[in-house]
Design a binder for this molecule. Structure first.
Ligand SMILES: Nc1ncnc2c1ncn2[C@@H]1O[C@H](COP(=O)(O)OP(=O)(O)OP(=O)(O)O)[C@@H](O)[C@H]1O
Length: 115
C-alpha cells in the first residue's frame, strides 16, 4: 500500500471514531483543556512529553475499542458470551488507560491547582 493511501485510511479511521464515539469527543475536549492548562502553568518539556503520550494513549485505546466493537457487531450481532468477553475486555482497557491518565493529571497538576 502506498504511504499516502495508508495515511488516508488512517485519517479516515480517526474521523470515523470521532464521529461515531461520544467518548472520543469527550477525550478531545479534555485533551484541549489539559494542554491549555499545561501551557498556562508552563510545564517542563518532560512533563509535556508525558502528557502528550498519555493523551495519545487514551485516544489510541479508545480507537482500538471502537475497532473491536465494530468487528464484534459484524461477526456476532446476536448475543454470544465470547462477544461479550471481547467487548467487556476492550471497555476494560479503556477504563485502565483512563484511570492512568487521571493519575498522570494528578501528579502533574495537583500542586499547581491546590498549593
Ligand atoms: N453481541 C453481543 N454479545 C454479548 N454481549 C454483548 C454483545 N454486544 C454487546 N454486548 C454487551 O453489551 C455491552 C455494551 O455493548 P455496546 O456495543 O453497546 O458497547 P458500548 O460500550 O455501549 O459502546 P458504544 O456506547 O460506543 O456503542 C458490552 O460490553 C457487552 O457486555
Amino acid at each position: 500500500m502506498q504511504i499516502i493511501a495508508a495515511f488516508r485510511y488512517a485519517i479516515a479511521g480517526i474521523v470515523y471514531c470521532v464521529r461515531k464515539e461520544r467518548h472520543m469527543k469527550i477525550h478531545i475536549t479534555a485533551a484541549l483543556l489539559v494542554l491549555a492548562a499545561a501551557w498556562n502553568w508552563r510545564l517542563s518539556r518532560i512533563e509535556l512529553a508525558v502528557l502528550i503520550v498519555t493523551i495519545a494513549a487514551v485516544m489510541a485505546v479508545e480507537m482500538i475499542n471502537t475497532a473491536i466493537e465494530a468487528l464484534v457487531d459484524k461477526v456476532s450481532p446476536e448475543f454470544h458470551p465470547l462477544a461479550k468477553a471481547a467487548k467487556d475486555a476492550a471497555a476494560g482497557a479503556v477504563l485502565v488507560q483512563a484511570l492512568a491518565a487521571v493519575g498522570v493529571g494528578y501528579v502533574l497538576f495537583w500542586d499547581k491547582l491546590f498549593k
